[in-house]
Design a protein around this ligand. Structure first.
Ligand SMILES: [Zn+2]
Length: 297
């Protein structure tokens, strides 16, 4: 039996740290082959460091490459690829409709990831899938978790690439066909968010700008969560990896303090729902291992 191989597809630098830091570090430590694909440089992220506010989008993108490298060092991750090469796809950015929902901005760069040719973008990933041969691939659900256009696109590209990579008739020049056995979609750990919310609301009255949130809106119904990779032993890695992205994350602001509380509760961890392929075994949910029940050849 060979070591597990995991491939994660994230939209921007910092998504790997906020959603998958413990997963990445835990599997790296266990001897798994872990590969991160980042689809954009995150050039349109909000700049939170006052001294960096003058950065152009291109300058921010270059800076975020360094932030990502620092986060990877925290997690022990060594294999990272920008989809199509550095800067091939530009962060699309996001806007808010009057009802608060996330929408595509009225103006986007020519090479915005949202406008990527789906087949071309998927083929970049097909080549990576066929060379790394992951047993499990992790990305987002069809609405990108919260609706960011680049997260939706990451989902589309990843799901299409998984199908194409397995087909012997598709682009043989991109490598030998490879069937990813299981696709998982990372998600909020609903039960932990629900438990942490009253604690955080009490401590941080400014959480969510002081607005009340419906705890049922924090994530999928608990029954849908198939796996929770425990954060135990990796909380410090998660905080350091997140803090490695200071342009985007103020680690001590109410939201990230709330996030930290969700990760300090008993049974806390990074949550996943089933995407496609080999289902998780029906008993013992949530599983703590993304590879449970798979044949690791
Ligand atoms: Zn993102």
């Amino acid at each position: 039996m060979s070591n597990p191989r995991l491939l994660l597809v994230h939209a921007h630098p910092d998504d790997e740290s906020s959603q998958s830091a413990a997963t990445i570090a835990r599997y790296v430590d266990a001897g798994a082959q872990v590969t991160l694909v980042t689809c954009t440089l995150g050039e349109r992220g909000e700049i939170l460091v006052p001294d960096w506010e003058h950065f152009t989008e291109a300058e921010l993108g270059q800076h975020r490459i360094d932030e990502l490298k620092a986060a990877m060092d925290c997690m022990g991750l060594t294999d990272q690829v920008f989809l199509g090469g550095v800067g091939r796809y530009h962060d699309t950015g996001m806007d808010r409709a009057p009802d608060g929902s996330v929408i595509v901005p009225a103006e986007v760069p020519d090479n915005a990831f949202w406008n990527a040719d789906l087949l071309e973008a998927a083929n970049f990933l097909v080549e990576i899938i066929r060379s790394r041969r992951p047993h499990v691939l992790s990305t987002y659900n069809a609405i990108g978790g919260y609706g960011h256009p680049d997260h939706i696109m990451a989902h589309r590209v990843a799901m299409y690439a998984v199908t194409l990579a397995a087909a012997p008739s598709h682009a043989p020049e991109l490598g030998e066909p490879w069937q990813v056995q299981r696709v998982v979609w990372s998600t909020h750990n609903t039960a932990m968010w629900q438990k942490a919310y009253p604690i955080a609301r009490e401590k941080f009255p400014d959480l969510f700008g002081g607005e009340e949130r419906d705890p049922d809106s924090f994530g999928p119904a608990v029954d849908y969560i198939e796996a929770v990779v425990p954060i135990e032993g990796y909380f410090d890695v998660y905080r350091r990896a997140l803090a490695a992205h200071p342009s985007q994350v103020r680690i001590d602001d109410p939201f990230w303090q709330f996030h930290a509380i969700t990760q300090q509760l008993p049974e806390a961890g990074e949550a996943y729902v089933f995407g496609c392929g080999q289902p998780f075994p029906p008993s013992d949910k949530p599983h703590t291992d993304l590879f449970v029940g798979l044949d690791l050849d």
